[in-house]
Design a protein. Structure first.
Length: 313
């Protein structure tokens, strides 16, 4: 039986990439709010950052943001209500629509650009002028092997601040890492475990966690987390048990099968780390690890969120 909240869950390079991405996103969002757009959420930033200067179809936006089309349509609707975007007929297909910036949306994008550049400056102040470009080059190449960047010719999306900022590099590298881990987990028989379920699996303490706490750690609504718990329960990975401190409440716990899966995931993390060390070299990986630890500590990141969903930086 693995020890409760074993250290590997919070010390592996995948956790550090996720946590550093989260710190960058929080920093960027705070700067956007201070720059005159306090109404913008992280999800809305994701939408705006994926719109081309000449407009983009909703289906393309959904693919770029790794969201369902209904979720993107909801974001577009909200963006229209806030006066940031508008729908126009697609000149190449009269049956389709494209989503384009309004003048206010263009101002918001400029505020996001400033925020991204300032947030990257915060990272560079900790990493140093020499290590920052090495991290961007090495982790960028690592991520591109499995998830090539969008080859759009749009100048906005190819701009260094947009497509090559350190936040996006960290986010895509984290995604690449988890895909490697999942490939190994699937090979070991757990083919029902996908990226979506990881928001639960990666944040669940071995001695049990309440639903509200799980949702907070994963930056999800209670309803969305409840759906993940229901699905994981159907798969036999978790169960609901009485909370020892509150008989009216329930805690979510791993079943024996769930703990077996978690141990196989631990093995996948170890293999993925070894592969990354071979690609980057142990000295550089050690430098990156130390840099990420310092960056996360500087931002006050808590001990949880070892496997929360990656957000677009």
């Amino acid at each position: 039986m693995p020890e409760t909240n074993a250290a590997w869950r919070r010390s592996n390079i995948g956790f550090l990439l996720f946590a550093a991405t989260d710190r960058f996103v929080r920093e960027k969002l705070a700067l956007v709010h201070a720059g005159g757009f306090p109404q913008l959420t992280d999800a809305q930033l994701t939408l705006l950052l994926n719109i081309d200067a000449g407009g983009t179809r909703p289906t393309t936006l959904a693919a770029r943001a790794a969201l369902t089309k209904p979720s993107v349509v909801e974001l577009i609707d909200r963006g229209e209500r806030n006066g940031l975007v508008e729908r126009h007929p697609d000149r190449n297909d009269s049956r389709a629509k494209i989503v384009a910036f309004t003048p206010l949306g263009t101002h918001a994008l400029a505020a996001i650009q400033r925020a991204v550049c300032d947030a990257e400056g915060q990272f560079a102040s900790i990493a140093g002028a020499d290590l920052t470009p090495r991290i961007k080059q090495s982790l960028g190449a690592y991520a591109a092997e499995l998830s090539p960047n969008d080859a759009s010719a749009d100048p906005q999306r190819n701009a260094e601040w947009h497509g090559g900022n350190i936040g996006r590099v960290l986010a895509t590298a984290a995604r690449r890492f988890v895909q490697e881990v999942l490939a190994i987990v699937h090979q070991r028989g757990h083919r029902d475990i996908g990226e979506t379920l990881l928001a639960l699996v990666r944040n669940l303490d071995l001695d049990g966690t309440r639903l509200t706490e799980l949702a907070a750690r994963a930056h999800m609504t209670k309803q969305s987390m409840r759906e993940l718990v229901d699905r994981s329960e159907d798969l036999g990975l978790v169960l609901r048990a009485p909370d020892p401190d509150d008989k009216r409440a329930k805690t979510i716990r791993f079943t024996p099968a769930g703990l077996t899966m978690l141990e196989d995931m631990r093995g996948g993390v170890e293999v993925a780390e070894q592969r990354l060390a071979l690609k980057l070299g142990k000295p550089l990986l050690s430098d990156i690890r130390n840099c990420l630890l310092a960056y996360i500590a500087n931002g006050g990141e808590g001990r949880h969120m070892p496997f929360a969903e990656t957000r677009a930086a």
